[in-house]
Design a protein around this ligand. Structure first.
Ligand code: SF4
Length: 357
């Protein structure tokens, strides 16, 4: 049986979700997944266009390419996943591209084989494989078009392993996740010495799958985006007191499932309200209520209007801290303004995604 990263990753997150996938249970029509495959298709066609024409870049070609895969030029999706990707300055010089959308596979012993071969045991498709900083080095780029900017590092390991097997002359591989909506890139470098640990990790997951008898649910925050969240049979079991670590684990699972069910109820009610109008019941009115108000988008326009009216704009203006935080994170905050930053950190009781190595 040939394994793919997506299946192994699914099992890693929730064995029940893996079982649903293997059983072929229908999934939710996840728009985000359709958008993602369209965006990937557009990136692939654009890269191929550059390679075919011999131009490392050709921005003018993208609107037609996007339209051909169903992304309306300059529409919302285009701005979110195409324009931001183009803005990042992706280049595809023929001499630097080893392959695009290349499917690699290995047998159970880690030897390269054809993806369609009977002995294919682990397979994956690399978005872009390009030369790097030395003849024995290469760079894998994997585009992530969703909203999650912390993809599973297991994917990087598996893709590096597959690529090492395919190209015996490589000794170093930089694996980059490119989160195209945010123009954020995260990279990890692997060497051949890393292969035994990767191999052990992947074999451990496969063995766990093969010896699993009940495929129990592992609920958590991932339930809210699970493709089977509307039909999953796992029910929340709330704990009455959290005293031991096991109680705490049970609470985390219950919160995951309760949040899933809350979102599901809201989705159903949203559809009803869209068709039938607001619902007033038990003292609340659910529906599509107007929000927002008149305001200024451009601080310069606002300041000019204040000056024209003889009003001091500083009484109304505030610094955009979200933007400042982004610039700091990217190392783009001007050095001269370093001392102007004030510590605004506090704590919030919430969950956040666990960062796996
Ligand atoms: S909804 Fe949660 S518990 Fe159910 S299959 Fe999906 S991830 Fe697992």
């Amino acid at each position: 049986m040939s394994h793919r990263f997506t299946a192994l990753s699914k099992y890693d997150a929730c064995a029940l979700a893996y079982r649903y996938m293997i059983e072929g249970r229908p999934t939710l029509d996840a728009k985000i997944m359709q958008d993602g495959s369209r965006a990937h298709d557009a990136y692939f066609r654009y890269a191929k266009h550059c390679l075919d024409t011999g131009n490392p870049t050709d921005l003018t070609a993208m609107p037609a390419i996007a339209a051909a895969v169903g992304i309306r030029p300059h529409g919302d999706l285009y701005c979110a996943v195409i324009e931001s990707w183009l803005d990042a300055g992706h280049l595809f010089p023929r001499a630097e591209i080893i392959g695009i959308e290349e499917r690699f596979a290995i047998d159970v012993n880690g030897n390269s084989c054809a993806p369609e071969a009977l002995e294919a045991w682990l397979a994956g498709t690399v978005d872009v494989l390009r030369t790097w900083d030395a003849p024995d080095a290469a760079r894998i780029v994997d585009y992530k078009t969703g909203f999650d900017s912390h993809a599973n590092p297991l994917q990087m390991k598996i893709y590096s392993w597959l690529t090492f097997a395919q190209f015996p002359h490589l000794n170093r591989i930089a694996c980059e996740f490119d989160y195209t909506r945010f123009n954020v890139q995260r990279e990890k470098v692997f060497t051949r010495e890393d292969i035994p640990a990767i191999e052990a990790q992947v074999h451990a997951i496969v063995e766990a799958i093969e010896s699993d008898a009940d495929f129990a649910a592992s609920p958590g925050e991932h339930c809210q985006t699970c493709q089977w969240r509307d039909t999953c049979e796992a029910k929340p079991e709330c704990v009455q007191a959290v005293i031991t670590e096991m109680d705490a684990h049970a609470a985390v699972e219950a919160i995951g499932l309760l949040s899933r069910d809350l979102e599901r109820q809201k989705d159903l009610l949203r559809v009803y309200c869209t068709e039938n109008g607001p619902v007033a019941w038990n003292g609340v009115v659910w529906g599509h209520h107007a929000q927002g108000d008149d305001g200024f988008d451009d601080p310069v326009v606002f300041a000019d209007a204040c000056h024209a009216a003889g009003i001091d704009p500083w009484e109304f203006l505030s610094v955009n801290n979200t933007k400042a935080r982004k610039l700091c994170r990217r190392g783009l905050w001007p050095e001269a303004l370093q001392n102007a930053l004030v510590n605004r950190r506090n704590t919030a009781f919430r969950s956040k995604k666990e960062v796996k190595s």
